[in-house]
Design a protein around this ligand. Structure first.
Ligand code: ZN
Length: 407
């Protein structure tokens, strides 16, 4: 299994300058290749029927198209205007072509409906002011970890690394990243043996209802609140954004305020990621099976809830749950969104009808039941029941009989 291990790195001012040049070369190669793609695409549009089109589009399967790499990298280096490409390792530049190719493929697969998930936009030209910059060093670039535990990157130097945890094995590649708040990271790709992560099986399962007022409510009645450090980081971000909006355009102070906003953004993203890691780790440690509802973040984003949806970071949390469950030998199942988790009484199964979002508690209208429900807790329990039903249907052959369909 391939995993990423990321560490903070501290390049010297000189190394930062050289890194900026490598990032710059990467940007130039990306943009050069992209404009080639675009010109072929528009030429094809003009040419009309497929028979007459340029079949050998340079963007198609870039790694298998050595001519493109030759003309955009090897030959370009010999020209005066692209001479500076020698400041970047060749492998980094070739990897850029592969990245662009993957970006196109993702876009076209998404357009053709082959790829699941959110729509993928076509790749864009990279500007100088892009927030996040990165360069991937592959094996051919001969990067290494030195005896004094520094990261040796060709054309940049031996960079100091804060090894916050051990690498489990020898990494295959490393990406140098400069994030939008100006911090540097090294992200290693490591092959690991999946057997190492497997946990012994446990009893117990859990249904999770993702909510707005509380981050999540579990079927056992407990809930996950947004942690204080995350709320604090978010508050600070809002404050910084207000400060920025008061600064005059094109002033020095505005630039400073902008950097502060970027730092606060990064702090919120970090806090949110930590939080999602902690809880997905805990839930997959304690339960053999975890169920949650499928999210339609896009659908919600069109409504006024948009901001809270993005803030809550559900999508990230669900993603972490999913991959941790599969890595650790647990079951993770999404309950269909069409399943009316908030309308059904989890005690008697009576379908009580739709509930407005502001209704926090309700009483089952079935005369024999009359259970009072906390809206989210009830939904969590329904998700648990539905998840169990889906699992049972997957493992056992269907047996029509009493109790087989008690939805
Ligand atoms: Zn009931």
């Amino acid at each position: 299994m391939r995993l990423r291990y990321q560490y903070r790195v501290y390049p010297t001012p000189g190394q930062r300058q050289r890194a900026a040049r490598v990032f710059g070369c990467r940007r130039v190669i990306w943009n050069d290749a992209l404009s080639r793609i675009k010109s072929v695409k528009s030429a094809n549009k003009r040419l009309g029927p497929p028979k007459r089109r340029i079949v050998e589009g340079p963007y198609m399967r870039v790694p298998k198209n050595p001519d493109l790499s030759k003309s955009l990298i090897t030959q370009a280096k010999k020209t005066e205007e692209r001479h500076y490409l020698k400041d970047a390792p060749v492998g980094v530049l070739q990897q850029t072509l592969r990245d662009l190719d993957a970006a196109w493929k993702a876009h076209e697969d998404s357009k053709a409906g082959v790829r699941k998930g959110l729509e993928v936009r076509p790749p864009k030209f990279k500007g100088k002011k892009d927030n996040r910059q990165s360069a991937c060093f592959t094996k051919s670039d001969r990067w290494s970890i030195t005896k004094d535990r520094r990261l040796r990157l060709p054309k940049i130097g031996n960079v100091r690394v804060k090894w916050s945890r051990d690498l489990p094995s020898v990494p295959t590649s490393v990406t140098l990243i400069k994030d939008r708040s100006g911090r540097y990271w090294a992200s290693f790709v490591v092959e690991t043996d999946p057997a190492n992560d497997m946990l012994p099986p446990v009893e117990g399962d859990q249904g999770i209802d993702l909510g707005l007022t509380r981050f999540a409510v579990l079927a056992d009645g407990s809930h996950i609140a947004s942690p204080k450090y995350l709320r604090r980081a978010e508050k600070k971000l809002k404050k910084r954004q207000r400060e920025l909006s008061r600064k005059k355009k094109d002033s020095n102070n505005r630039d400073k305020a902008r950097i502060k906003v970027a730092r606060a953004h990064a702090a919120v993203a970090d806090a949110r990621r930590n939080f999602a890691h902690q809880w997905s780790h805990k839930l997959t440690s304690e339960n053999q099976a975890v169920f949650t509802e499928t999210l339609n973040v896009r659908g919600l984003a069109r409504t006024r809830l948009a901001k809270s949806v993005h803030d809550a970071g559900w999508a990230q949390f669900v993603l972490f749950l999913e991959y941790k469950a599969s890595r650790r030998g647990r079951t993770f199942t999404k309950v269909d969104r069409a399943f009316p988790s908030s309308q059904v009484c989890s005690a008697c199964g009576h379908r009580d009808g739709p509930k407005l979002l502001n209704i926090r508690t309700w009483t089952c209208s079935e005369p024999a039941c009359l259970t009072v429900h906390d809206r989210d807790w009830n939904a969590g329990r329904n998700i648990l029941h539905e998840g169990r039903r889906i699992l049972a249907a997957q493992t056992e052959p269907p047996t029509p009989g009493p109790g087989a369909s008690s939805r």
